[in-house]
Design a protein around this ligand. Sequence first.
Ligand code: FES
Length: 342
Amino acid sequence: MLTTRTDEMPRDEPARALRGVPAPRTPATTDVARLRVSAKTVVADGVLALELIAPDGGRLRDWTPGSHIDLVLPDGLTRQYSLCGDRWDCATYRVGVLREPGGRGGSAYVHDELAVGDLVGVGGPRNNFPLVPAEHYLFVAGGIGITPLLPMIAQADALGADWRLLYGGRRRGSMAFLDELARYGDRVLVRPEDEFGLLDLAGFLGEPRPDVRLYCCGPAPLLAAVEGGCAGWPPHALRTERFVAEVRGAPARSTSFEVELARTGVTVTVPPGTSVLDAVGAVGVEVLSSCRQGICGTCESAVLAGRPDHRDSLLDDEERAAGDSMYICVSRASSDRLVLDL
Ligand code: FES
């Protein structure tokens, strides 16, 4: 495998973490790179690790822990996967792919069709789940939800933070990357359900503490349980990454609105029942999308004027109030007109 390792962290990275400056969200990009599959390895029952390199072996775009890429597969499907490799290896991306029998075909394609040597499109990386600086971290992973947490743990450990991981799964054999986690010793609690039963979240989380940040990724019931367990914690203590969208009520308005595309110089009318993404696509403005549920961040678009009706599962309350960015696959307008930087 072609691997080039940078010999040190970017100079400002540990310093920034210690100064308490939040890790920035990765700005949206619609560029799609062509990368080659350099390795495909079974890492647990139903889970593959896929490694991707540039065809010329060159440097890939930088990323930070919590980032994901959009995989644009040769059959036209686009799926997002968390980067779970070594962020200081600037020539290789690694993602973990769970075979999802009830899925829409993307994971089956990766498992059954995609071969070493194939070219795939890759959008991003983008980060909707950034690791903010803290002295203490609690990580909770369920199943394939371990993937975004692996680079977070590596960074927390490299910075000398105090951290612990609670990692649940159905069976030990279905839990990926246990071998890589073994080096962290008793900081990691591996809790397969067939051996230990349901996760003891209350025991792991303990009492609310202002100096702890919690990161959780996994299936919806686990996220709901952790959110319930953190009810008494300070706002923003818990950050989660979702595989399924939160349930939203009716849109703010039931009538059409206009969207002006500032760079294209076109104005489109978005009727009820049509997404902004589809409406702008109908006039030839293609915005990269993936989940179309407001959970992956791929379609993020900058708002120059107007008030968005945010219907995604990504932005927090402050980001919604700022109103300068929206996910156009699901979010709409509460004002008569929006101006987007498209
Ligand atoms: S396509 Fe995933 S957030 Fe819009």
